[in-house]
Design a protein around this ligand. Structure first.
Ligand code: ZN
Length: 144
């Protein structure tokens, strides 16, 4: 295991307007506020969603499109640096009108109905994503 210890800096509570792309909004907020590392969570509802499943055999994300209104039961994620820019990595659990849940890696194309988010910004050493040959993913560069 490898980890870096951080102090909490600022905490933001906010709302994302109707019709916005969820991932683009969260990323835009992090960049606008200069948040380079942190934790995020969000609850609310979406008009439709696109989530990914990383197929470790093919090394590719398979997109799943949910073209219907759903609750966001939970979204959890983090902010770190990728190519020198704040980058949001988030996973989302969605609930339908039967209480069934679906989810995956949050992708562009998830459209907000209503969204309440909380972001904790951390203070300390920068955390940068780097291509990892073993997994094919851009992972935190803290394990050598
Ligand atoms: Zn992911």
């Amino acid at each position: 295991m490898a980890a870096i210890e951080y102090e909490r800096k600022r905490t933001f509570m906010g709302r994302i307007p109707y019709g916005e792309d969820l991932l683009a909004s969260l990323t835009g907020f992090a960049r606008e506020k200069g948040i380079t590392k942190g934790r995020l969570q969000m609850i609310g509802a979406v008009q439709g969603a696109v989530v990914g499943f990383y197929d470790s055999r093919s090394g590719k994300y398979e997109d799943m499109v949910f073209d219907k209104p759903m609750e966001v039961l939970s979204l959890t994620g983090n902010i770190s640096l990728k190519d020198g820019e704040p980058f949001v990595h988030a996973h989302i659990t969605l609930g339908d009108d039967k209480g069934q849940s679906f989810g995956g890696h949050l992708m562009a194309g998830t459209v907000v109905f209503a969204a309440e988010f909380i972001i904790d910004e951390f203070e300390g050493k920068d955390l940068e994503r780097e291509y990892d040959e073993t997994t094919g993913l851009a992972l935190w560069n803290i394990v050598k």
